[in-house]
Design a protein around this ligand. Structure first.
Ligand code: SAH
Ligand code: SF4
Ligand code: F3S
Length: 474
């Protein structure tokens, strides 16, 4: 048993990150462990977790397990959790209740608890004390060891907690079963060293570790051969890619090399404004297959609050970067993240956020009420704003965000845009896909277009999506 420890999770040393290529191994007995059995996986949180779940699914299937959508049919239930805000916790506690209920009639179900919540000291202890029936608790650094833990649990029938608060290594060679045949997530780096004062991620994901350029480029080239249309390069702070490798090869170089593979579409998330270089902007502007879409989290429009958040840029610096991107990248859409009700945010500070939103008119924004995360510096900051006031601020902000989202979408009416058709839409009888600028489009089109980039005429615009018709299928 290994329990996480917040003090250790905070440590950053100069220790060189190891690239481990032989860590994922299956013994002959592991390869047949799941034959005739089923698993299901529930994923919460960001794209990194979504991609980790694609890895975990592949690992399960290499052991012979088959995937089911519903927990009623599963022999192994996996919860891949997120810790970013308190409400992420609530959802997972609800799921644990459902599984416990199911276990009353189907005793030998195995429950696996993993992801960022597992890395939290308080949560791991709670699972140990209050949920001893949760069979395996594993962290973000060692989920590739799942076959080992499963084999052990099936013999000992005892709870196994294996969570390590370490800086982390780079593990290559973990298999992947991608959810889509057309677009793929690719990790370019793990962890985060920014330590924004509100954020739990540096504790749950370890230190910033970049993958080697050649490993990333090989993955992209293989995807091109398989006919993939789009890759999204993933990291908590992709603009800092490569800084830890000392290769004098950064995000601008990587973007250029990925662009040269001729994959039709390249995206990347998330960009911390701090490390966004002019070189990056020039490369994005230069290559047509790097999508004109930037997610540029603002967090707050008040320099005072930004400083308390540890974001290391001022309102003015952010604004300057925003306009540089707008002016240099043709037709770019910019989205953002904003936190309201951060400790010490006064009415005036919040007004500065509203004013900046009025000025910058984002294509879309993800907005959150500040959520206190145990162990982070901000959890000790004095917070005098009432919950009610915070909710009012969020509603006021969202009203503006929605207004600008609609205004930006209106520019698309009657225009012809490229859409990668991904599959069926939630809207009856339609397919769905995204524009190069990341606008969701519900398209009237034949299913033969699924997996293709097609010309779509926009016939109707809404706040969150566009409607359209195919005009010229390739
Ligand atoms: N690495 C990314 C953000 C990843 S988390 C970046 O720095 O840009 C996604 C978003 O969740 C953040 O941008 C922030 O707006 C929000 N978030 C993170 N911690 C939060 C907290 N404690 N309370 C509320 N929102 C939070
Ligand atoms: Fe969290 Fe900041 Fe790192 Fe983003 S950059 S993951 S907000 S600490
Ligand atoms: Fe959540 Fe962990 Fe991602 S906390 S947002 S799943 S990195």
């Amino acid at each position: 048993m290994n329990l996480p420890n917040i003090k250790e999770a905070r440590i950053r040393t100069d220790k060189k990150v190891e690239i481990k290529r032989d860590e994922y191994q299956l013994s002959p007995s592991m390869k047949v462990l799941g034959v005739g059995k089923n698993y299901c996986i529930y994923t919460y949180g960001c794209q990194m977790n979504v991609h980790d779940s694609e890895n975990i699914s592949a690992i399960m299937e290499e052991m012979g397990y088959s995937k089911k959508e519903d927990m009623d049919e599963a022999d192994v239930i996996i919860l891949n959790t997120c810790a970013i805000r308190e409400n992420a916790h609530n959802k997972v506690h609800g799921m644990l209740g459902r599984i416990k209920h199911l276990k009353e009639t189907k005793e030998d179900i195995i429950t696996v608890f993993c992801g960022c919540m597992a890395q939290e000291e308080g949560i791991a202890n709670e699972l140990k004390e209050k949920f001893p029936w949760v069979d395996i608790v594993m962290g973000t650094h060692n989920f590739h060891k799942l076959p080992l833990y499963l084999e052990k649990t099936l013999t000992t029938k005892q709870q196994d907690i294996e969570v390590f608060s370490i800086e982390g290594d780079v593990i290559e060679g973990i298999p992947v079963k991608r959810d889509s045949k057309y677009k793929a997530w690719i990790n370019i780096m793990y962890g985060c060293d920014k330590f924004c004062t509100y954020c739990i991620v540096p504790y749950t994901r370890g230190k910033q570790r970049s993958r080697l350029p050649e490993d990333i480029l090989k993955e992209v080239k293989d995807l091109v051969k398989e006919g993939y249309q789009e890759v999204t390069l993933l990291g908590q702070n992709v603009n800092a890619y490569g800084k830890d490798l000392n290769l004098h090869y950064g995000m601008a170089n990587l973007l250029e090399d990925v662009a040269k593979t001729n994959i039709p579409r390249i995206r990347f998330v998330t960009s911390h404004p701090w490390d966004f270089t002019d070189d990056m902007i020039d490369i994005i502007a230069k290559y047509d297959n790097i999508m004109p879409y930037i997610h540029l989290p603002l967090q707050s429009g008040s320099t005072k609050i930004l400083q308390k958040m540890g974001r290391k840029y001022t309102k003015e610096e952010y604004r300057e970067l925003f306009y540089k991107i707008k002016n240099k990248i043709k037709n770019v859409s910019i989205t953002t993240d904003i936190i309201v009700g951060f400790p010490g945010e006064s009415k005036e500070d919040f007004q500065e956020t509203l004013d900046l939103v009025d000025e910058l008119k984002y294509d879309l924004a993800y907005t959150f009420i500040y959520s206190k995360r145990e162990g982070t510096p901000a959890s000790n900051f004095k917070d005098e704003t009432t919950e009610e006031e915070k909710k009012e601020r969020l509603a006021e902000l969202n009203k503006k965000i929605n207004q600008y989202a609609l205004e930006n979408n209106q520019k698309y009416l009657n225009k012809i845009v490229d859409v990668l058709i991904e599959g069926k839409s939630e809207k009856e009888g339609r397919l769905m896909g995204y524009t190069d600028t990341m606008k969701l489009v519900n398209v009237k089109a034949s299913e033969k277009y699924i997996g293709k980039i097609v010309k779509v005429k926009i016939t109707e615009v809404k706040t969150w999506s566009l409607d359209g018709e195919v005009v010229d299928g390739k």
